[in-house]
Write a protein that binds this ligand. Structure first.
Ligand SMILES: Cc1cc2nc3c(=O)[nH]c(=O)nc-3n(C[C@H](O)[C@H](O)[C@H](O)COP(=O)(O)OP(=O)(O)OC[C@H]3O[C@@H](n4cnc5c(N)ncnc54)[C@H](O)[C@@H]3O)c2cc1C
Length: 460
């Protein structure tokens, strides 16, 4: 059996690994447009040590991911964060995130905001299964301030999009499920009731796993001691595939012999997996599954830029894991800072300070396109304004700027239905699958699970 996989990011490499595991005799060609593997996982060799400039952590609460990394022989590489917490910057000041709540949405309507008196959370009509943007839902019930400061900054850290561009069902699924649950039970649907329902469910799950002795030892997030390169290099070594770099695929066609790939690979393939962003999948499927294209094209992408900076001294850098910036904060260009050496003890042990500045949200391409010198200056200026830490005086010894054009799919309103519609069209063509961050979740564990499920469907 001959397989072609388009894209050597996490999804493509995981798919190759799973195919090889299931059928060691399979011939697998991975065709990658770029000159390196890993996609949005990218570890840069700073002189001070390997440094992630794309994804920098994963949700270790997902035991399936930890099991997968263990299977790859990487259990000893997993490291946990410090106890440091992040803060948010709004109105020219640093603030603690409110305790509890769901993605920064509190269990009670905020009272301090004049436009959001406590009685705004009136019951509303909710049809189970419906979707709405997080911004619209929370603005209507709790007022603007909580959305533009806390909720959008938290969601922006995950999706590079504001609450107004994200659907509640795909980006805060537990909240959508709680709204459904209230409506189905015939109870009054309010935002605070839904948030309380999610909190109660979390407490119940915590209680159950504590009783079974499983939760307390596992941190919520983890990363790899040597950066994500440990993961993508292990996958490349163990996947039994021929990985072809600089192989930009421009079309896929199908005839009686199988699939032919334009731009890479040799001969025909029995099965093809597209592990590329949704708009690229739309283009590549135009011959074999043209009706999938409109759905895939509907998935928007947010661009961002990361400035990784290493300073000789950490004196004056706050003891936090980072800062998320409120939307439209005057005088600030950055969207977030991660104080990597405060967040991760293994990075702190290198000495000095490691800081990542992030720029750009959905609809703001300009930040990601800023001139490199301007980006670095903005990172240093914003860091000084927000924290008082003078990076220039602290000795900026290493810098790496990475732009992620179309780096993250925006999980907008009806995203789940859009993905289902695209996949239904693709399913009409036996032997082809399309996977990746746009489909089952942007986080590393979700991308792995999506690739595993697709391989299972393809070779069952
Ligand atoms: C800045 C940033 C920070 C992030 N932080 C985290 C984090 O801390 N934790 C977390 O869990 N997740 C994080 N994510 C998300 C996570 O990194 C991604 O969702 C995941 O890596 C995506 O994997 P993928 O294989 O779906 O796509 P990609 O990594 O985009 O891989 C797709 C591959 O396809 C190739 N390709 C595209 N077009 C073609 C073509 N025509 N022909 C051949 N090859 C092609 C690309 O070059 C690329 O290598 C972050 C993402 C970004 C951008």
């Amino acid at each position: 059996m001959r397989f072609a996989i388009i894209g050597a990011g996490l999804a493509g490499l995981t798919a190759a690994y799973e195919i090889h595991k299931a059928d060691p005799s399979a011939v697998i060609d991975v065709l990658e447009a770029g000159e390196r593997i890993g996609g949005k996982l990218f570890t840069v060799p700073f002189a001070s040590g390997p440094t992630d400039i794309g994804a920098e952590a994963f949700l270790a609460a997902r035991s399936d991911a930890v099991e997968f990394f263990t299977e790859l022989g990487l259990a000893d590489s997993l490291v946990s964060p410090s106890e440091a917490k992040s803060q948010y910057y709004a109105g020219g000041k640093l603030h603690e995130f409110p305790a509890g709540g769901v993605m920064g949405i509190p269990a009670e309507a905020p009272t301090e905001a004049p436009e959001a008196p406590a009685d705004t959370d009136h019951p509303f009509d909710w049809t189970p299964g419906q979707d709405i943007s997080v911004g619209e839902l929370v603005r209507r019930q709790y007022g603007d301030e909580i959305v533009d400061t806390v909720v959008s900054s938290l969601l922006g850290g995950v999706y590079s999009s504001t609450a107004d561009d994200l659907g509640v069902r795909a980006s805060v699924p537990a909240l959508a499920a709680a709204l459904d649950q209230l409506a189905e039970a015939g109870e009054q649907v309010t935002l605070s009731a839904a948030v309380k329902t999610v909190q109660a469910q979390r407490e119940a799950t915590k209680g159950t796993s504590e009783t079974s002795g499983t939760s307390e030892t596992r941190p919520v997030f983890q990363t790899f001691k040597g950066g994500y390169a440990e993961l993508y290099e292990a996958l490349a070594e163990q996947c039994g595939a021929d990985i072809h770099l600089d192989s930009f695929v421009s079309a896929i066609t199908k005839n009686a012999e199988g699939f032919t790939i334009k731009g890479g690979g040799e001969g025909t393939y029995d099965k093809v997996i597209l592990a590329v962003p949704a708009p690229t999948a739309a283009v590549l499927l135009r011959d074999v599954a043209p009706d999938a294209a409109p759905h895939l094209r509907a998935i928007k992408l947010a661009s961002s830029a990361i400035v990784g900076m290493r300073f000789d001294s950490s004196d004056g850098l706050p003891d936090n894991s980072g800062v998320l910036v409120a939307v439209n904060e005057p005088g600030i260009t950055a969207k977030a800072f991660t104080f990597s050496s405060k967040k991760w003890p293994h990075l702190e042990s290198r000495g000095g300070a490691l800081v990542r500045a992030s720029f750009g949200r959905l609809g703001d391409e300009a930040s990601a396109r800023m001139d490199e010198d301007l980006l670095v200056d903005a990172a240093l200026d914003d860091l000084l304004t927000i924290t008082g830490f003078d990076g220039r005086a602290a000795g900026l010894s290493e810098i790496f700027v990475q732009r992620w054009f179309g780096g993250l799919p925006a999980y907008g309103v009806d995203h789940i239905a859009t993905v289902a519609a695209a996949r239904a069209e693709i399913a009409h063509v036996p032997g082809i699958e399309a996977i990746g961050a746009w489909a089952g979740g942007v986080g590393v564990p979700a991308v792995i699970a999506d690739a595993q499920a697709a391989v299972h469907r393809l070779i069952k």
